[in-house]
Design a protein around this ligand. Structure first.
Ligand code: UDX
Length: 466
């Protein structure tokens, strides 16, 4: 093991390249900490945009910045796919990632570089490594179910079988090849203004895996055993081992300098506020770092929360409401919820979910939020917005049965009822019980000989064998 900042004991180095958005950066940085704690030397190659702060990471991790960025005009758009494609194009054009990898390969006196671990959305980094003969491993930051789903061959099947393009009449149809998914949970490239972009991103997702020497998944056996088996079968004949090492945010409880990955300042006043609330009484509401809601949806959320009557902690992050930087709360809202409602811009989410006062999580089901909620045994009210959030919410509701799904047009009466169901009614009691059971299963995966710890051991052995 490497001590705090000490020399690595395994005689090899890995370089990690994250996608610079909160939901992708965090799992990669946690993986960096876990590999470092297992004795590998670790270098994080990151963009100047949304750069991690080395101060918040174990002292032995090295950080190298590349100046590539998403062009300003693209950064201003709300379309994530466009941003990802633009970042990759900038990396390919500048050659900065290639140059940084070449210098790391040439560095004298450092442990030899074994491989690049890259976020599945940063294919430019994989291409740069391939050009230098450096093996690559892909990190899939979403669920195993989404890893299976977002592939060009799966989408060929969905088109061949007539599920896609989706029509008004087939939206509720079960996709019998991919239970529990329904057509409305699928990403439909035909709905994008530029269909080609959708196909491009699916082709890339497939290619990045097939060109990798291994696939790292931020999930755990007890949660997605069937999906992981299918992935194992699919990849085995290509010689690509999968490693289910999740949830990465809890893989190590480090004595080696902790890992703090939040890009925004977390408002800690909410913890003191939670201390004043009754156990299990508070609904925590947060939609992660990138999704938007419309002004109308925001109003329905606000009055649904106010009319329901349960205490709540609501993260209204800057930019949450489409086209607005700092959203004002509706007139009369704060006085209507006085003493039982708190609104902040950004929370220490993991600490909030761990707080005994929190009894439910109204979430967009980003994969990190979902794993963080499962880890704490907090049942969910799901309101997925796009991409992997829709299939994840379906799993939360139909397969794991640890949440309630809020679909259709957002309307305050429905919001009020859904919160009541989760927090106060018999259905919520059953859901809560299942969430607690799943939490226990997860904790076992993380124990010394648990499946996720074993998977990291195997991953390290695999890296050393490359
Ligand atoms: C994005 C996508 O939207 C998501 O679907 C995908 O799975 C990952 O990339 P994001 O929308 O930000 O991520 O959601 P999520 O994956 O849940 O990540 C949000 C992270 O921000 C979590 O780790 C959460 O703990 C953190 N967070 C969120 C805070 O620290 N404070 C907050 O107030 C809200």
């Amino acid at each position: 093991m490497a001590g705090g900042g000490g020399r690595p004991s395994r005689g090899a180095r890995v370089v990690l390249c994250p996608l610079p958005f909160q939901g992708h950066l965090s799992p990669m940085l946690h993986l960096a900490g876990a590999l470092h704690a297992r004795g590998l030397a670790v270098t994080v190659l990151h963009t100047a945009f949304n750069a991690p702060d080395p101060v918040h990471h174990p002292a032995g991790l090295a950080f190298v910045a590349v100046p590539d960025a998403i062009p300003e005009a693209v950064a201003a758009t709300t379309n994530g796919i466009t941003k990802i494609l633009a970042l990759n194009a900038a990396m390919e054009a500048s050659g900065h990632v290639r140059d940084a990898l070449a210098s790391l390969l040439a560095e004298e006196g450092a442990p030899p570089l074994a491989c690049l671990i890259f976020d599945s959305s940063v294919s430019a980094a994989q291409n740069a490594a391939a050009g230098l003969g450096l093996p690559t491993l892909v990190l899939q930051t979403g669920s195993a179910a989404c890893f299976r789903l977002f592939r060009s061959d799966t989408y060929d099947m969905l088109h061949d079988k007539g599920y896609l393009p989706a029509t008004e009449s087939n939206l509720h149809m079960p996709v019998k090849e991919l239970p529990p998914l329904q057509v409305r949970d699928l990403f439909d490239p035909s709905k994008l203004p530029n269909k080609e972009i959708g196909h491009k991103i699916l082709n890339r997702a497939t290619e990045t895996t097939t060109k990798s020497s291994g696939a790292i998944l931020n999930t755990f056996e007890a949660l997605e055993s069937h999906e992981l088996e299918m992935i194992q079968d699919q990849l085995a004949h290509k010689g690509i081992p999968p490693f289910a090492v999740g949830p990465l945010h809890k893989l190590i409880t480090s004595n080696d300098g902790g890992t703090e990955t939040s890009l925004l300042n977390q408002d800690r006043s909410c913890i003191e506020w939670l201390d004043t609330q009754a156990p299990g009484s508070v609904l925590y509401v947060s939609f992660g770092s990138v999704v938007h809601v419309t002004q109308d949806e925001f109003m329905e959320m606000a009055w649904g929360l106010a009319n329901n009557g349960n205490p709540f902690l609501w993260v209204v992050r800057r930019g949450l409401v489409l086209g607005v930087d700092k959203q004002e709360l509706p007139d009369g809202f704060m006085s209507a919820v006085e003493g039982r409602g708190k609104v902040i811009e950004w929370a220490p989410q993991q600490e909030v979910l761990a707080h005994p006062a929190v009894g439910g999580f109204w979430t967009h089901n980003g994969w990190n939020s979902t794993l963080e909620s499962i880890y704490e045994g907090v049942p969910m009210l799901s309101r997925p917005i796009f991409g992997d959030q829709l299939p994840t919410a379906r799993y939360v509701h139909d397969t794991w049965k640890i949440g309630i799904l809020l679909e259709g047009v957002l309307e305050r009466g429905e919001v009020e009822k859904a919160i009541k169901k989760l927090m106060d009614e018999d259905e919520g009691v059953e859901i809560r019980k299942r969430a607690k059971d799943l939490k226990e299963k997860l904790r076992m995966c993380l124990e010394g000989s648990g499946s996720s710890q074993q998977a990291v051991d195997k991953l390290v052995d695999h890296i050393l064998s490359l």
